[in-house]
Design a protein around this ligand. Sequence first.
Ligand SMILES: Nc1ncnc2c1ncn2[C@@H]1O[C@H](COP(=O)(O)OP(=O)(O)OP(=O)(O)O)[C@@H](O)[C@H]1O
Length: 288
Amino acid sequence: MTSPPRTKPSTEGIGVHSGISRTTEKEAATAASGEGEVAAFRLVGLHKTFGEHTAVDHADLTVAPGSFYGLVGPNGAGKTTMLSMAVGLQRPDEGRASVHGVDVWKEPLRARRLMGVLPDGLAMPERLTGRELLTYLGQLHGLDAAEAAQRTGELLAVMELDGPAERTLVVDYSTGMRKKIGLATALLHGPKLLVLDEPFEAVDPVSAATIKQILKRFVAGGGSVLISSHVMALVEQLCDTVGVMAKGRVVAAGPLDEVRGDRSLEETFVDLVGVEIGGGEGLSWLVS
Ligand SMILES: Nc1ncnc2c1ncn2[C@@H]1O[C@H](COP(=O)(O)OP(=O)(O)OP(=O)(O)O)[C@@H](O)[C@H]1O
């Protein structure tokens, strides 16, 4: 039996303007910098070593307000470590990070209000349904009950985590469902900046199209997005600005068209990170 085609859920009602105390936060961010426009996200000299190994090597990165930033880099380049320091989940050895002028380490609560975060390997209360989780987090964010219920309902519907999925606890979600509930938790409080580590990993094509739509609307509404991804085509499709990370450093950054020139991002990437494409040699036992 063939199942009926899934209708693309509406992404209406979700946008950057649904958050709390925006004006106050914006004024605070501008005042903090003493300038007319502050970066949505500014990482300066972030550094982290694990024993002898330098995971992030004095990395700098700036996301302009209203920009859609794609961070790419080979496995082990330091993207997740840099982003987890940048959002306050892991303490850097050196360096600082600010969101709209608010220092992530000096004023963590104010910074967190401005940010929606989807970390890699998300840790969250899991013995709850998606609705229970979002309702609980809405309370933690200080949303009133009616507002939290409305946003929860919209987010579950958009992410297709309502209906039969409501009977499943988060602990039993598939990998893709976990990404989607993670994104919903990042959006719930109406942040100005989204920091999303591999948001499309393990997500089915229909859900990916929905997430793209949400993120585009978020940026069109004045928000800023930073995603990390290994999918160059996706970064080229979505992002106006890219950063390339290799061996703990941001080795190239700027507008997409300037970074890739007249080549594809993938060709530029391979050039910049200085890797040889493997797979052509060895493994002779695979081919008879
Ligand atoms: N807690 C840790 N302890 C020791 N080493 C770590 C730890 N976290 C990360 N590393 C190391 O730091 C380096 C950067 O890892 P990281 O996960 O940040 O890279 P990445 O660019 O996100 O990689 P991927 O694309 O594979 O997710 C790697 O060499 C990794 O082994």
